[in-house]
Design a protein around this ligand. Structure first.
Ligand code: FPP
Length: 286
């Protein structure tokens, strides 16, 4: 099993436990996930910088960033898009293979109507501005969430952005939009029920909206709050958590490196003991 650039003792179990659905023996993709998903990830999994394979981020603090400057909240979201652009590039440069961000939650519909429609407009504008660059930077966009209630205009924008970047393999960039962890678990369970399939961990994992990527290794939340807020509830089972006091628009490369450095100090045991992790036998995938 290849090493992620940090001690193999921690790397090997990461790969084993991050599989959404274990395929038949011998059918593992290089990153440890289902071979059927291999076309999504043809990049080598070793990151020379020791960066986590999959980083997920709750980008919190846009509103406070704006309020501190006596600006409307939407100005904070605009600034948040700038921070996101830099973050995507920084992750790609550090060898991160998957980046997943929480852009609009199932609960964000409860915000003032003006802010909700402002976020929808921003999304459309951001897509038209950013997709050409993402495309040439090798970034593949996926939107994750319930599209059924989104407007036709937004749905079309998401589909076009995904199609325009579908051949890219450098970084998989999942944007969770109208997403909630509970929604994801419920929709996965509904899929199994409709197919008359038994509910097992593997089957449920494979039916999740993020089944195309391994589980996040590191989840970062900015803005000083320390909770998941319905983000990746299923997939976060063994993720390392990092909370930053920085407001999202202020989360720069140095802050990202701080989170990665903290992650690299963690011992990921996945239910095993430290001694097992330290022994070469303990690293073997059962
Ligand atoms: C949370 O900050 C942030 C959001 C709900 C939106 C996140 C969106 C972006 C970073 C921009 C990208 C957006 C799109 C549409 C692609 P908050 O508003 O809850 O901040 P607060 O806690 O300070 O009020």
């Amino acid at each position: 099993m290849p090493c992620l650039g940090r001690p193999c003792a921690t790397a090997a179990p990461t790969l084993a436990t991050s599989c959404a659905a274990l395929p038949p023996e011998g059918a593992l993709a290089p990153w440890g996930g289902p071979a059927a998903l291999e076309p999504f990830l043809i990049i080598p999994m070793t990151s020379p910088s020791g960066a986590p394979h999959h980083i997920a981020i709750v980008m919190d603090g846009n509103g406070r960033w704006a309020s501190k400057r006596f600006l409307p909240r939407i100005a904070g979201h605009k600034q948040g898009i700038d921070a996101l652009r830099h973050c995507v590039r920084a992750c790609a440069n550090r060898g991160v293979v998957v980046l997943t961000v929480f852009a609009f939650s199932s609960e964000n519909w409860n915000r003032p109507q003006e802010e909700v429609s402002g976020l929808m407009d921003l999304l459309i504008i951001a897509l038209s501005r950013e997709v050409p660059q993402l495309r040439s930077d090798g970034v593949r966009l996926h939107f994750v969430g319930d599209r059924a209630v989104l407007s036709e205009r937004v749905r079309a924008g998401l589909a076009q952005a995904e199609a325009a970047t579908a051949d890219n393999t450098r970084l998989i960039f999942n944007v969770c939009f109208n997403y909630g962890g509970r929604w994801d678990i419920a929709q996965a369970a509904a899929k199994l029920a409709a197919r008359g399939e038994a509910v097992t961990e593997a089957a449920l994992g494979a039916a999740m909206a993020l089944a195309h990527v391994p589980d996040p290794d590191l989840i970062i939340r900015t803005g000083g709050e320390q909770r998941l807020s319905n983000f990746l509830l299923w997939q976060a089972a063994y993720s390392e958590l990092f909370f930053s006091d920085r407001l999202w628009p202020e989360f720069d490369e140095a802050a990202l490196d701080q989170a990665i450095a903290a992650y690299s100090q963690r011992e990921r045991r996945f239910g095993r003991t430290s001694a097992q992790i330290a022994s070469p036998v303990g690293q073997k995938i059962a």
